[in-house]
Design a protein. Sequence first.
Length: 256
Amino acid sequence: MRAQEALDGWAGRPAVSLGEVGSTQAEARRLADAGVPEGSVVRAEHQTLGRGRLGRRWLDEPGTALLVSIVLRPPVDFSRLPQLSLVAGVALAQAVREASGLAVGVEWPNDLLIRGRKVAGILAESHDSADGAVVILGIGLNVNQTRLPRELAGRATSLAAEAGHAFDREQLLRTLVDHLERWYRRWVREGFAPVREAWRGLSETLGRPVVNDRGEAGIAEDLGEDGALVVRTERGGRARWVAGDARPADAPGRAS
Ligand code: BTN
């Protein structure tokens, strides 16, 4: 009973806690197809096929991370759905700051960084249903890992590695779900403006040289009113990046 209480989705919605799965995204999609309400949460202790953005893998060490997928049925226009990753980034950053005291920032579009290293990633996958768009919002947060995969050395970190002690993942999840629910409802009700303001305050991207996955480079100037990254290009013009990555121009590539 206690465990179930601690694991509730938002506003008392169902939560499912699993051991080893392929991907919580696939499990949540199955539940969404079966009609679970918005705010239902799926988490797992380990993923064998964890997926990241842009076809990348998401690696975890069993029993140490938060691996979570949340079913959303946003009652907004389809064109606003890409903003959800930024909504989740703000909520996750605020939750981690509150729970750990660590100085976490957001990198466009939706990575969380501590001292320039990736500590969390967000994957929003949407599909149509008879009742409108469904989004499976996936969050991977490195919590208690003390050893990160060699291929991620120097590019990824965990809360424990940064703070020097382990964290209670149940409490972190509760804090995360609370923040996410609050920011999501606010975004539905008030639009993107409050999210944009909060994101700018947490940004690790603005004011820095960036390069995208098409090799275009410039200085990240602002977050647009729709969530696009506004970039002053090397030729002095302005570009709006709406998808893909924007990594620091001097970094070899962000961990995923
Ligand atoms: C990224 O940074 O590329 C996004 C990573 C998202 C990882 C999470 S872990 C929980 C959920 N299940 C998955 O397979 N992926 C997301």
